[in-house]
Write a protein that binds this ligand. Structure first.
Ligand SMILES: Cc1ncc(COP(=O)(O)O)c(C=O)c1O
Length: 400
């Protein structure tokens, strides 16, 4: 059975009595009432600092927080909830790795990323290279906007120590062959990190089947609150890593001159965690699972194919990226219209899309563009949203 868009939309207060066509889901997503209720009930019923308070609402808050960790572990099929670290999102997750794993490198070591990375999966590695003298290497992309893995020996070498690649490109929509890269990483003995910001919200993820060592994602891109995300990692690597930040809860013992660390995952969660948001993320996962991740992926593919077909019928529309395996992120330009003008015109029709470099300046440079328009689809979008968007696009084209 497909998704009932009418009942899904009714769950999202932002769409009540509104003709908003929201097509900026790769940026952030809206929140269903179920998530808002979970957040409100944390604040109104069980607001107390987790892992610290001995009174009833304190233990209830801790239980709800730790249940969310379990929900996330089950959702991505992690072997244990102890391997789930709460962070503020993908950016913090990758910075955590850059500061811990990255610091162990030296001038003879390589970090391998790709040309299509979001700045969140590029800048932390540049910073690690600056600190340690390690070298940053790139897998290029081909004409279709897929990773060019035709000459793996050029990129995967005995010097490659860390590989960090997006599961799904936030500009081209390309779904990368994570299993293949995991094999290549294993062959050279490198640690393999997946930036799952655009992956886990849109398809069923099984980190054990993917074969990676780390998987990072953000709650706000999957119907959850801002300020919460996660990093999954293999326990044997997490155990030998240094902490990322120092402070409360991440310690075991502290004296005036030194400290010892708490166990994983708490070693990586210094200070009061975003426990309310973590519970909100758990509720978002409940919501997504009630729809079914495979159903969501199938539905998104149908709407994406529909959008690509309709857009191809509009003269002057140029879509960037033609990967065979792709998601519901579609970047494009309209000949003769600057992307920013386009967004402003669409906004007059209450249609929200994103324009700019999408935090992927090296990729945009390789496309010879400084700014592109992007629509991105999620569970509440239907074909009528695409129809309205295309009608508006034609009006803009005719106007210019
Ligand atoms: C592929 C990718 N990686 C990382 C990020 C950063 O996510 P956040 O800003 O939630 O940390 C994004 C955000 O758009 C993204 O699309």
């Amino acid at each position: 059975m497909g998704l009932s868009k009418r009942s899904i939309k009714a769950d999202f207060p932002i769409f009540n009595d509104s003709d908003l066509v929201y097509l900026d889901n790769a940026s952030t997503t809206h929140k269903p009432q179920q998530v808002l209720d979970a957040i409100l009930s944390m604040y109104t019923e069980t607001n107390a600092n987790v892992h610290r308070a001995l009174y009833d609402i304190g233990s209830q808050a801790t239980e709800r927080f730790e249940n969310s960790r379990k929900r996330i572990a089950d959702f991505i099929r992690a072997p244990s909830e102890k391997e789930i670290i709460f962070t503020s999102g993908t950016t913090e997750s990758i910075n955590l790795l850059g500061r811990t794993l990255g610091n162990d490198l030296g001038p003879k070591d390589d970090i391998l990323v790709s040309e299509m990375e979001h700045h969140a999966n590029l800048v932390p590695w540049q910073m690690a290279c600056d600190r340690t003298g390690a070298n940053l290497k790139f897998i290029p992309i081909n004409d279709k906007g897929e990773l060019d893995l035709s000459e793996p020996d050029r990129y995967f070498t005995s010097s490659t120590k860390i590989i960090s690649i997006a599961h799904v490109s936030n500009v081209l929509g390309t779904i990368n062959p994570i299993n293949d890269i995991a094999e290549m990483a294993k062959d050279v003995g490198a640690i393999f990190i997946v930036d799952g910001a655009q992956g886990v919200p849109h398809q069923a993820v099984n980190v054990q089947e993917l074969g990676c060592d780390f998987y990072a994602f953000s709650g706000h891109k999957m119907l959850g609150p801002t300020g919460i995300g996660s990093l999954w990692g293999r326990m044997e690597i997490l155990e030998r890593m240094d902490p990322f930040m120092g402070g409360g809860e991440m310690i075991d013992t502290v004296s005036m001159n030194s400290s010892t660390w708490n166990e994983v995952p708490y070693k990586f969660e210094a200070g009061t965690p975003n426990f309310v948001q973590a519970v909100g993320l758990g509720a978002a996962i409940d919501y997504l699972e009630s729809l079914g991740m495979d159903t969501i992926a199938k539905d998104e593919k149908e709407i994406t194919d529909y959008a690509l077909k309709k857009m191809s019928q509009i003269e002057g529309v140029r879509v960037f990226g033609a990967a065979k395996n792709r998601s519901g992120v579609i970047s494009f330009n309209l000949t003769g219209v600057h992307a920013h003008d386009l967004a402003q015109f669409l906004n007059k029709d209450n249609i929200a899309i994103r324009v700019g470099h999408h935090c992927a300046q090296p990729l945009l440079s390789s496309l010879n563009e400084s700014s592109v328009a992007r629509l991105s689809i999620y569970v509440y979008n239907d074909k009528s949203d695409i129809d309205k968007f295309c009608r508006s696009l034609i009006t803009v084209k005719n106007y210019f």
